[in-house]
Design a protein around this ligand. Structure first.
Ligand SMILES: Nc1ncnc2c1ncn2[C@@H]1O[C@H](COP(=O)(O)OP(=O)(O)O)[C@@H](O)[C@H]1O
Ligand SMILES: [Mg+2]
Length: 362
């Protein structure tokens, strides 16, 4: 899976760009504010329908314009070229086309182009709230299990209906009997998939982590969203009174989380900022590695500002691991030489100079 060609129009400072990428390591270098992160952002948009920098489309679309247009020629896992086009408009309208055929939802894109992002905010995965880690976990479960997305959507729908009944005071035995058994079943299934995925990920993560930082006592735990080893049906029963008071369902798969601990304490309390970053880099590399090993699928890595906050030995190790993944990588740096000694000698790096929103290839 790789992006062979990318066209960007009217996204941030990129008015019109057309780039041919290599299928391995692509280095985008240029001074601050030249447009490097915006190129990664375009790839993220195309793969997931949203930016990683802003939830507001108005921030992403170039100033004084009303839409942005993205187009890519992608090589799918079978080696067949696929064309992908996306037009996002500020009035909320959007169109996504795969080989010219209109797609009905952005969700259909996610399975086509699996993406991992490593950027200066990466360490935030550890200190952020559970939703960010749940999103990370679900990325993996989604790509490993075809049934995950349907279950996840079902759980969202059932919880929404249940919460609305709790809030409006219409929850009674009959209403509960119509929601809870279905929710329990879906929740238990999601739980099984998530726990199984994390079990698979664990050894891959710890192996990668060991190459980056010495943290033998770090533990990776899973929280289902309700007390461990309890049936969700019993938990729903017990928390009903409080749920009614609060007007929403407190426990459930919507609360799932990954718990990183060191000596039994939340890792965020013990790890330095640099260590947090390395742990998260290992988590992200591990998902890419597992996807490749277990599913034979490659995910694209977007690596923004690798040099920021990381010393040379760590940069070198990360670059080596990215090369080992044998996948397409987009990495940014200010100067062309910042990462020169980080890649193994035999690796060919495709170099792109980004300047004032324009790109020239070397
Ligand atoms: N909506 C927008 N329209 C036009 N320019 C923008 C918009 N949003 C940001 N910019 C500008 O785009 C430029 C490129 O930013 P960025 O991609 O973050 O650069 P780099 O990653 O190379 O430092 C910056 O000068 C920024 O001010
Ligand atoms: Mg940047």
């Amino acid at each position: 899976m790789s992006i062979q060609q990318l066209s960007i129009q009217r996204l941030r400072n990129l008015s019109q760009l057309d780039i041919q990428f290599g299928s391995g390591i692509n280095l985008l270098y240029g001074l601050n504010a030249s447009g490097k992160t915006s190129i990664l952002e375009s790839i993220h948009m195309l793969a997931l329908g949203r930016s990683f920098r802003s939830l507001k489309l108005a921030s992403v679309v170039a100033q004084n314009h009303t839409d942005c247009l993205l187009f890519a020629k992608v090589q799918n896992p079978q080696g067949v070229a696929v064309s992908l086009g996306m037009n996002r408009r500020l009035d909320g309208d959007h169109s996504i086309r795969l080989n010219g055929e209109k797609l009905s939802s952005i969700a259909e894109l996610a399975s086509l182009l699996p993406i991992q992002l490593i950027d200066p905010n990466t360490a935030g995965l550890i200190e952020a709230g559970p939703s960010v880690r749940r999103q990370y976990l679900d990325w993996g479960v989604y790509h490993h299990n075809a049934s995950f997305f349907g279950l996840w959507k079902q759980a969202q729908r059932l919880l929404k209906q249940r919460n609305s009944a709790l809030k409006c005071g219409t929850m009674n035995a009959t209403v509960r009997a119509s929601f809870d058994p279905g929710l329990v079943e879906v929740a238990e299934q999601l739980n099984t998939l998530r726990a199984a995925y994390l079990k698979l990920l664990e050894p891959v993560f710890f192996e990668l982590l060991a190459g980056l930082v010495d943290l033998p006592d770090l533990k990776l735990g899973y929280y289902s969203g309700w007390s461990a080893n309890r049936h969700y049906a019993d938990v729903l029963e017990e928390t009903l009174e409080r749920d009614l008071q609060l007007g929403y369902t407190q426990r459930g798969p919507q609360r799932a989380d990954i718990k990183l601990t060191l000596h039994g304490v939340n890792a965020v309390e013990r790890l330095s900022r640099g260590q947090q970053k390395l742990v998260v880099v290992a988590l992200k590399l591990a998902q890419g590695k597992l996807l490749s090993e277990a599913k034979g699928r490659k995910c694209i890595f977007l690596v923004d500002d690798l040099a920021a906050e990381l010393d040379w030995p760590h940069r070198k190790e990360i670059c080596q691991q990215l090369v080992n993944l044998d996948t397409q990588v987009f990495v940014t740096s200010v100067g062309p030489d910042e990462l020169t000694d980080c890649w193994p000698q035999e690796v060919e790096v495709s170099m792109f100079h980004v300047k004032h929103g324009q790109v020239s290839q070397h």
